[in-house]
Design a protein around this ligand. Sequence first.
Ligand SMILES: [Zn+2]
Length: 330
Amino acid sequence: MGLHTILGQEHALTLLRQALTSSRLGHAYLFYGPSGVGKKLTALRFAQALACPYATPEACDSCTTCHKMRTGNYPDLICLGPEGTSIRIEHIRAMQRQLGYKPYESQRTTVLVDGCEALTPPAANALLKTLEEPPASALLLLITGKKDALPLTIISRCQQIPFRPLAAAHLQAILTAQGLDQATATIAATLAEGRLDTWKQADIPQALARRRDAYTLLQNRGHVHNTPLFLLARQWANSREQCEEILHWLMLFCRDLVMLKVVSTATLYNHDLQAELAHLASSLTVDGLLDLFSSLGQLQHYLTMNVNPQLTFEQLVIQLQQQLGTAPSS
Ligand SMILES: [Zn+2]
């Protein structure tokens, strides 16, 4: 698998492709950014592109070297990471001893140190020695989710490769490719805050139910004087957390509805509800949606100021009618 399959990290990939085509490859690169955005995968693909004898500059992905890289059997790649909670000096010393030998199959031994923030101070000092005087055949790829926790002396010896949180659309694409159904991938991508390692902690069935509740509230906005909607609002308003989630989904729906009205090719957060949302958008105005978006922001602010959730929701129901008008009778 080549670097081109990495999603959402164009800046990092540009820097790495420059390094692959340049005649002066650095001795050390620091891959930094939030966890769960593809740093280690990218570092492995970069190492594979450098090792593959048929690289163009992307790895061919079909030669013996690429196969060994993919299966973790390439002798000129050393992978280190925390054992328990730390990377200790003995791990760094063992790696340094290996760097003392010539590479087995290629011109270069690549060392990948994942979770560098876990280096103990003696281990960091030992690693610094290698960074200061690297063997000519060594390439160090350091990876961290907490760059601020690294000594400046280590950071300054590396070329910086920054990684960003993933866009929801990229998260959705990755999760769908991993076999998740579209509705679950949508919810997971929205809750994951740009990281692939967070969504598994989220309660997906509950989030799906809350999203459905928020959608119903939007759909039934014309029936504001009906007691059942107020009762429903009270039921939702039993907890601040529920209120916050419903507001969150309403804001995402608002954003999607505005996008549908102004950009026909927009990528929606709630991609799986595209047809339903397009139908709903046809009965709404952009101005009404923008007003509602700003009111929802205000309600979110009230909640942070300890305003009663039930009052907040009743106010929301009233604003839904005022700003979005009456729902079509169909
Ligand atoms: Zn290859």
